[in-house]
Design a protein around this ligand. Structure first.
Ligand code: ADP
Length: 477
């Protein structure tokens, strides 16, 4: 990895925090309680800003604003073309401020700046353009009913959408959730993750500059059990869209059942799978592997297992870990002390349960939340490090003999989010893309996303889909 010494003196981010309050009815306001919470720099654990901490009363105010903006307009009453133009203007503004937004995102989340600036903010822009395109293309049907009737179906906005997002992709998640809701004429109350509240507030300013009417998007920063829970049980919220852990997803669904039965979509945990069959595909794998924090359960065919381990270890050792604001950094710090400790605990559990630690296995440097890229071999299906979603730079490598066996093992999990397959055999690819019980299968590519591709899991990885209500099978061209 790069030298840990360089971490002692973090680079000054090229951005300042301008917005740290709640966004309610088009105004930045303090929390009703006057409380704030600190958001921390994952490079050092030091405070970036004190952010207004929303709670039930702020959720009430935000929902009332969203309710009014929905019931009285103008948003759902505007023409779809007008809404589309606002969203497209917003995308242009974000593009113009790309590097400033990327810097704030990286500062708050610890992501390499180059990744934010070159991948995630452009993806955010793409998402808004994609959804803006939908605004005036949502059609109903006419139906030939028996009797003297003319029947038509309409797609209508659902109303006030409560949306809750996690810290792993703060703005991309904002795009996935807020983009489609606004395009269709809904109004929104968004609860951002407590670890990463800043970037959403900055872009919301641009969204108003683009012409979004007051009250259409409201943002309440704060914590899950307080602000998040208040949103989920609110009687005036018409739908909840949640991304986060499976555990919290269950609580969200329960709150809906206990309040007004609002429909809930859940995009939950999932331990990405990787099936690797031919060594010839190594270079191809590498080309997709550079951006990953490799929390992946990797099944490797026994014939190529040893060579794979050697190569994975060498790659992990070469991975450039460091200050996200330095050029060429592949891996920044983990988001916060809690995740950092959780990952180290998984690493300890891997060692204790008898997996072989090939490389890494400890913190990187002495400051902040950096962790060494870690590779475990001789991992068994029933070890915690194979079963859980680690959310850190830990690759667990398992061995398999034949296809039938690996399909059975791969599917023997509570989750079913996504899997990648590297093979040159067409039959293997065809078989696996149907046999794997996951929402997304990538063939000879990995973790590739686009605004057009549906995403979401089987089983305990969620209910419903982002984008289209289907699953995706993506083959590398
Ligand atoms: P993660 O492991 O990604 O932090 P969480 O499910 O804990 O997963 O958090 C995802 C989002 O859900 C965050 O915005 C968090 O504040 C929110 N959240 C946590 N607990 C609750 C809850 N009881 N009700 C509603 N939202 C919650």
């Amino acid at each position: 990895y790069s030298t840990a010494a360089a971490l002692e003196d973090p680079i000054k981010p090229p951005v300042t925090v301008q917005y740290d309050k709640l966004l309610i009815n088009g105004q930045f306001v303090d929390a009703a309680s006057g409380k704030t919470f600190p958001t921390l720099d994952p490079r050092t654990g030091e405070v970036i800003a004190h952010v207004a901490e929303g709670d039930a009363e702020d959720i009430n105010r935000a929902v009332a604003a969203a309710r009014k903006a929905f019931d009285e307009g103008p948003w759902p009453k505007m023409t779809a073309y007008e809404r589309q133009r606002i969203l497209l203007r917003f995308a242009d503004l974000v593009e113009k401020h790309n590097d400033e937004i990327a810097a704030l995102e990286s500062w708050d989340s610890g992501k390499p700046f180059e990744q934010s600036a070159q991948v995630e903010i452009p993806m955010f822009v793409r998402l808004f353009r994609y959804y803006a395109g939908w605004a005036d293309k949502i059609h109903g049907l006419t139906i030939q009913a028996d009797g003297p009737h003319h029947v038509q179906t309409l797609h209508e906005p659902i109303g006030v959408a409560g949306q809750i997002i996690p810290w792993n992709f703060p703005l991309v998640m904002f795009g996935w959730k807020v983009g489609p809701a606004l395009a269709c004429g809904n109004t929104v109350v968004l609860k951002t993750a407590e670890q990463t509240p800043l970037s959403a507030l900055l872009v919301s300013k641009l969204l108003h500059e683009a012409g979004l009417p007051d009250g259409v998007l409201n943002i309440v920063s704060g914590f899950g059990p307080t602000a998040g829970a208040a949103l989920c049980r609110h009687m005036d919220v018409d739908k909840i869209a949640f991304t986060g852990s499976t555990e919290t997803g269950k609580i969200v669904l329960e709150s809906s059942a206990k309040s007004n039965l609002k429909p809930v979509t859940l995009e939950l945990g999932g331990n990405h799978l990787l099936l690797f069959v031919r060594m010839l595909m190594w270079t191809k794998l590498l080309s997709w592997h550079t951006l990953l924090y490799f929390s992946i359960r990797t099944y490797v065919h026994e014939k190529v297992y040893d060579e794979f381990i050697e190569k994975a270890k060498a790659r992990a050792l070469k991975r450039v870990v460091g200050d996200p604001f330095k050029a060429g950094i592949e891996q920044g710090p983990q988001i916060d002390a809690e995740q950092f400790e959780k990952i180290l605990k998984y690493i300890r559990s891997g060692k204790e349960s008898g997996a072989t630690l090939e490389t890494g296995g400890d913190r990187f440097g002495t400051k902040g939340y950096y962790i060494q890229p870690t590779v475990f071999s001789n991992v068994k299906d029933d070890m915690l490090i194979a079963m859980d979603e680690i959310f850190g730079p830990v690759q667990t490598v398992l061995k398999f003999k034949d296809l039938g066996e690996v399909i059975q093992r791969a599917n023997n999990t509570r989750y079913g989010l996504a899997a990648g397959v590297f093979t040159q055999n067409l039959d293997t690819a065809n078989t696996l893309m149907r046999a794997l019980r996951v929402g997304t299968v990538w063939i000879n590519c990995f973790d590739t996303f686009d605004a057009t591709i549906p995403f979401g899991g089987y089983k305990m990885s969620g209910i419903g889909r982002e984008k289209e209500n289907t699953v995706s099978r993506i083959t590398c061209k």
